[in-house]
Design a protein around this ligand. Sequence first.
Ligand code: SF4
Length: 345
Amino acid sequence: MKPTLYGLELEEAEALMKALGEPAYRAGQLLAWLYQKHIATLEEAKTLPADLRTKLTEVYDLAGLTFAEDFEGGRGDSHKFLFKTRDGRLLESVLISQQGRQTVCVSTQLGCKIGCVFCASGKGKFGRNLTAGEIIEQIIWIEKKIKMPVTNVVFMGMGEPLDNFDATMKTLRLLQADWGLAMGGRRITVSTSGITPKIVEFVKLNEGRVRLSVSLHSSIEAKRSELVPINKKYTLKELVEALDKIHHELKRDITFEYTLIRDVNDSDEEARGVAQIASRLHAKVNIIPYNPIREMDFRTPEKPRIDAFVHALEAKGVRVMVRQTAGREINAACGQLRLDREKPA
Ligand code: SF4
């Protein structure tokens, strides 16, 4: 399969132009057509000479994704998009339109190796890592479709972004560069299940510009290992110590995601544990009441239990938000559509 033009960085585009015997400024022109004008065919790139467009087509495909399906989310403020890759695989992205913000939740892998027990993305067979082009295209094609700028990006779709580290870091560069999508780092959030060494590397590489969100889901070591199996390798204790260093030495803010599941991780003991961890790190906690999916019989806690959990955290001075319609809430069922479509008939 040919590489794709979407996903090229400035240096790569310059090297490509040099190899084709073209002046370096053609690289900037090409990237403007890709990342600012979102061309769907190379013929649209009118400032590039016809013979250069022909040469490019011989060695590159323009894009790696095409739209397969899209539909409204339950509350009308979210929209799910199903994309098809060139090797015939499906992936999901979600657009959340709230308070004037257009947030896209991107996938970074086809499936996920982490296997969190409550998540549809971890259920199917792991396919492969997405390329940086395939990750950035999710944003580009959605922006083109809705005819307005995507204001925020969250890496909370299918896959563990830090398990596809190089492509995720490249996508972050493509998102933030002037010649790319020129998006401020504070509008981008990378969410991880807790691959501790990669979190430290990610924070250092991004100099804290991009927001970090960590999926906590339990404050009890054994319980977290059940819910988020990566915890057996990178324990909660090590994770909290690394985050402590990130917060206190590198001065970075941390947000926790906590999927609240009835009779699983919604106890008073859990609330006390979460409050303790969040206070130590001055971290904000996003509570996401579990969104049921068909393969599992976990349930959503009753409203009084959610309220009690939230109050227990607030009583310890922790900033808490209950998210009803946001990336991870949709992500609880993220991968569901792909699972359905990829099931043999
Ligand atoms: S919650 Fe995230 S890390 Fe866990 S299985 Fe799902 S996609 Fe993977």
